[in-house]
Design a protein around this ligand. Structure first.
Ligand SMILES: Nc1ncnc2c1ncn2[C@@H]1O[C@H](COP(=O)(O)OP(=O)(O)OP(=O)(O)O)[C@@H](O)[C@H]1O
Ligand SMILES: Nc1nc2c(c(=O)[nH]1)N=C(CO)CN2
Length: 166
């Protein structure tokens, strides 16, 4: 089975409930095994600034679903949670990004893995290093990348041990 890391974010509606529902969907999706969940962090918006604070988490799953099909799965879950894309980097009930998929590297119009912007986003790297501090970019541990992220001061622990099903 492949080891996959996902990043989830929400800043619209009941943010914690949205994360719970998305994790519930992943947990119950045929062919996906939920392995690890990070604490929830409350994070200042990055990119498009005029919007509410996000809640962000990282999730580790194991699966035999191939990358492009996994993208379809996460898009379906986003749809199920009534995500609407109005503004690039703008408000959303739920956003699910595929960060890492084993050691695969791929890049086209549809899918880029590793996620191209993950390495400079503390809202991604901080929860990710909670569930696996040994992830590296080249020779550098993600913990050392966090130091250089412009948004690192905007990431605050919100809740640990928050998921017990929905
Ligand atoms: N690793 C990836 N995970 C999820 N989507 C990806 C990935 N690589 C490319 N995409 C593509 O990006 C498209 C736009 O995604 P989305 O609207 O969620 O971007 P965003 O979350 O607003 O911004 P960002 O990509 O900077 O986080 C998706 O439809 C998908 O095809
Ligand atoms: N804090 C924070 N900022 C963001 C986020 C996010 O999940 N958290 N997602 C974005 C687009 O993926 C753009 N900006």
């Amino acid at each position: 089975m492949s080891k996959v890391y996902l990043s989830l974010g929400s800043n619209l509606g009941d943010r914690e409930e949205n994360l719970k529902r998305a994790v519930f969907e992943l947990e119950h999706w045929e062919g996906i095994i939920l392995k690890k969940l990070s604490p929830i962090y409350e994070t200042k918006p990055v990119g498009y600034l005029n919007q509410d604070m996000f809640l962000n988490i990282a999730v580790k799953v194991e699966t035999n679903i191939k990358p492009y099909n996994l993208l379809k799965v996460v898009n379906e879950i986003e749809k199920k949670l009534k995500r609407e894309r109005l503004i690039r980097w703008g408000p959303r009930t739920i956003d699910i990004d595929i960060l890492l998929y084993d050691d695969i590297e791929l890049k086209d119009e549809v899918l880029t893995i590793p996620h191209p912007r993950m390495w400079e986003r503390a809202f991604v790297l901080i929860p990710l290093s909670d569930i696996n501090p040994f992830i590296k970019r080249g020779d550098v541990y993600i913990k050392d990348l966090i130091e250089k992220c412009p948004d690192k001061e905007g990431v605050k622990l919100y809740k640990e041990n928050w998921y017990n099903g929905v």
